[in-house]
Each structure stands twice: as C-alpha cells, then as structure tokens.
Design a protein around this ligand. Structure first.
Ligand SMILES: *Cc1c(COP(=O)(O)O)cnc(C)c1O
Length: 352
C-alpha cells in the first residue's frame, strides 16, 4: 500500500478539524456544564451527543470482534461511502474501480464528488476477477469497491480473488459487508490487522433490524479511522440513534434469532420460487434476499405491484436482464408472494 499521506486528499491530510465543546471536555463526571451554549432544561435532549460515540463503540467492539479505535460510525453506510471519496480522492483527477453490478451508492457518490467511476463486469457466475479489477486501474486509482455478499446478486465474492486485490492494490480497498450476518464465511472485518489498506462497511439496517435509525459502521486501521473522524460532521450520529443502537446491542439474542429465522425462510422461499413456472433461475445467495431470473421481469413486477407486493425489478442492471430481487420477509409475507405468483398468467385472455 502507498503511504496514507499519498492516498489522502492533500487538503484533508492537512486539515485541522473543528473542535467542539464536547471534544475539549468529554468526561461525564462534571456536574455543571456551561460550555456548549445548551439549554439547561429539557433533559436529555438538551445536551449535544458524544461526537465519538464512545459508549456505543464500547458495545460494538466486542460484538464485531474489532477494537474501538477501528470503528467509525456514521449516518448510515451512505455517510461512510461519501467520506471515502471526500478523504481519499481528488475531484476531477482521481478515479475508483468497482465490481459491476453492485450497490448503486458507490457510483452516485463518485458522480457527486466528480470522481471517475470505472465499473468492471463480473463473470456470468457473478464472480470477480482480481486481475481484471487491478488492470482497470492506473496511477490515479485510489479506491477499489467490492461488495460481498454482493447486492443485487446475493453471492459472496471469491475469497482468493479478494485477497489478491488486497495484497496487490496500492490504494484503499473497501469491502461492503452489509449482509455478512447472513453468510457463513469469515468476515473480512476480522482481518483488519493483516490488511492496512482495508475498509470494511457494516450497517444496522439489515440483520440488526434498525434501518430507520440510520447507523452505519466502517472498520479500518486506527490511522484510516482518524482521517474519517476528522472530516465527518462533529455530531453526525444523534443521541436518539446512539441510544436505540445501545438498546439493540443489549438484545443481541434477538438479532441472532431473526437471522436464524430468515435463513430458514430463505431456503424455503428460494426453493418454492424455483419451482414456479415463471422462474428460470434462482441464483445462489448468502444474503437476506435472492436474485431470480424470470420469464418477464417487468410484467411480473407490475402484476405484483397491483397485488400490493413490492419486489425490486433489476432488469436494467448489468448482467441482470429479466431479474427480480426478492427480500426475505416473514413467513406470511413470503407465502403471499408465492400465492400471487402461482396465479400469474402470462397470456391475458383474448377479448373476443
Ligand atoms: C442496504 C445496504 C447498505 C446499507 O446502507 P445504510 O446507509 O447503512 O442503510 C450498505 N451497503 C449495501 C451493499 C446495501 O445493500
């Protein structure tokens, strides 16, 4: 890996961050707080939250098998994705490489930041080739984006290929593991110490059942986390979110139970779906959704909308022609989908 000062946007490397009242005094022991121009009434919402979310990180670290200094928390993973561009790429100069198809936010944030985005097509099994990803870059490539299990395809990326990218690429490698709770493979966040150029993304939005609170995580070396923290808004994770996340971390057995149930339902729904006459292929999945190729994705999507059931039509995405992405719901929700699809009639009766 190139030295971090060469990878970081020069003004960010030189940045002296805003220092808030809660940065300068972060203890809780004092009894009189007259430092932040807060209103003394309306406890607890009157007080600014901890800018570095220490109490929350102390619970996340053991749950995720990382050190507290290796954790960045943001307003959804989306904040971490945007910060990667703002910290490590120069608009109009640098570029990034990503697998294709994948999660749309990597490209949207590249476009917002005026950074060239170089998609590299997966093969017909939706697998990446380290050689092709590396060959797509040049001396101005700062970041490679990998998502595993990948969205929208659902599958894990080949571990040996990912390891080759981590070893050979001189810039930052982001592996988005938003769905790793649904996979049995060892997550890359446990290998941060072996890969100084690695950033792993996680989220409270999927297995943790907390999409509404907007809490995303990035795990990386202490040096990389220090750069992300310098650029983030001082109070980017509000008190209500921190409190809700702490509550959910105290109920981890509930999360494990949800994952177990969803994995059972995934096997059942994918199996039943594959037997439908309209289904061509259900692709292998390691996530809480599956991608399926059907006879006519757009017509079936519209038919389901009319039945009050929403799936994701991915027919216009690279390699996903006539594919629907189906999230695993509760058993009755999954049954409602199957029941509607069993009634699907591709040839509307002729009017005569
Ligand atoms: C759903 C999803 C996320 C979650 O984003 P949040 O902003 O944390 O809700 C991140 N990455 C991928 C690939 C996803 O599918």
């Amino acid at each position: 890996m190139k030295p971090l000062n060469e990878l970081t946007r020069p003004n960010i490397w030189a940045l002296k961050p805003y220092s808030s009242a809660r940065d300068e005094y972060s203890g809780k022991e004092a009894s009189v707080f007259l430092d932040a121009n807060e209103n003394p009434y309306n406890t607890p919402n009157n007080r600014y939250p901890d800018p570095l979310q220490r109490e929350l990180k102390a619970l996340i670290a053991p749950a995720k098998g990382v050190r507290t200094g290796q954790i960045f928390l943001g307003n959804g993973s989306d904040e971490a994705i945007d910060l990667v561009y703002r910290c490590f790429t120069c608009p109009g100069k640098d570029n990034v490489v990503a697998i294709d198809p994948t999660y749309g936010m990597y490209q949207v944030c590249a476009d917002i930041n005026d950074v060239e985005y170089r998609p590299v097509r997966l093969d017909e099994r939706f697998q990446l080739s380290a050689e092709r990803l590396l060959a797509a870059g040049d001396e101005r490539t700062k970041v490679i984006w990998i998502c595993s299990p990948n969205n929208p395809t659902g599958n894990l990326m080949d571990r040996q290929e990912v390891l080759q990218v981590l070893r050979e690429f001189q810039g930052i490698v982001v592996i988005d593991e938003a769905y790793s709770d649904f996979s049995s493979e060892r997550p890359f966040r446990l290998e941060l110490d072996e890969h100084p150029n690695l950033i792993v993304l996680n989220t409270f939005s999927k297995a943790w059942g907390c999409a509404a609170i907007r809490l995303g995580m990035a795990f990386a070396s202490e040096a990389i986390i220090g750069i992300l923290n310098k650029v983030k808004y001082p109070y980017n994770v509000n008190r209500l979110t921190q409190e809700a996340a702490i509550g959910q971390l105290e109920q981890q057995h509930e999360v494990r139970q949800w994952v177990t149930t969803l994995l059972e339902e995934r096997e059942r729904l994918a199996g039943e779906f594959a037997r439908l006459p309209l289904c061509r292929t259900v692709f292998p999945t390691d996530a809480n959704f599956f991608l399926a190729r059907v006879t006519d994705a757009t017509a079936i999507y519209r038919y389901l909308v009319d039945a009050g059931i929403i799936v994701r039509n991915r027919t216009n995405v690279t390699l996903c022609q006539d594919c629907l992405r189906v999230t695993i719901g509760t058993r009755p929700e999954n049954d409602a989908l199957l029941e509607a699809l069993r009634k699907w009639n591709p040839e509307p009766p002729l009017n005569n």
